[in-house]
Ligand binder design. Sequence first.
Ligand code: R5P
Length: 292
Amino acid sequence: MYIVPGLASLSLGQEIADQLKVDTILVEYKNFPDGESYIRFTENLEGKDLAIIQSTGPPQDTHTIQLLFLIKTAKELGAKSVTAVTPYFAYARQMRRARPGECVSAKGTIELIESAGADRFITVNIHATEILDWFNIPTENLSAVPLLTNYLTQEGLDGAFAFAPDDGALGLAKEADKILKGGYGWLQKERDVVTGELDICEKNFDVKDREVVVIDDIISTGATTQAAINVLKKQKASKVYVAVVHPIFVEGAFERIMSAGAEGIVGTNSIPDKVNSISIAPIICKALKKLI
Ligand code: R5P
């Protein structure tokens, strides 16, 4: 197997190749003056099994089109198989037609990946596992929660309460609780489909004078996390930490969360260079090893 580090995941791709002790295939990337993406494989691909590592975080459209070009070109140039490793899979949240006429972007993106020629798809904590059913190729959804939670226990947070800021993250909180062992809870959150505004239904939790870890798959604006911290602080949690798999962090998100009273934030390098980060290379290597 050869690793193709995509432009959005260059250092993660290299780390995966180093850990697997396999070669990388170098790709020339550039942008034309008008902004179009250019890619060129610099080596012969014939008969090779490739794993293309490319998250599709911001700018999502550019990173998605690069992923599609990489897959399609690799197949045209004779690669025997292409595994698309997309740790953060953009558009997964647009998985239903909430308002008439909306594009179900998650489905469209999946169809594009398949029609580009991917033979297999690997991702990390996809926003909703149901959408994997739309793939016709084999898929694998890895979890970074044990990596994040083990880090937190090393930081002395064993026994902390695992908290999901919405019911979609409940599975993550339960998984974190298996390691933290301090119990778990979740908030009921509704988002206005037009304005995006949040409506939180408050409940009481066993958090008074306790350390709490808010855990979510994605932090974008930070509004969801901020709302969770506000509830926890109101209920007198002693310290609140934040763990996130995909730290998108649009402008101002970090400050928003810290000013709500978080002690610290830990994320993974599925989206590089955003927060104190834990590498997901080991779980991806484990999945790829099965294919070697
Ligand atoms: C939504 O269901 C996700 O799990 C996250 O909670 C959400 O995407 C976070 O977005 P934001 O940071 O903008 O509130």
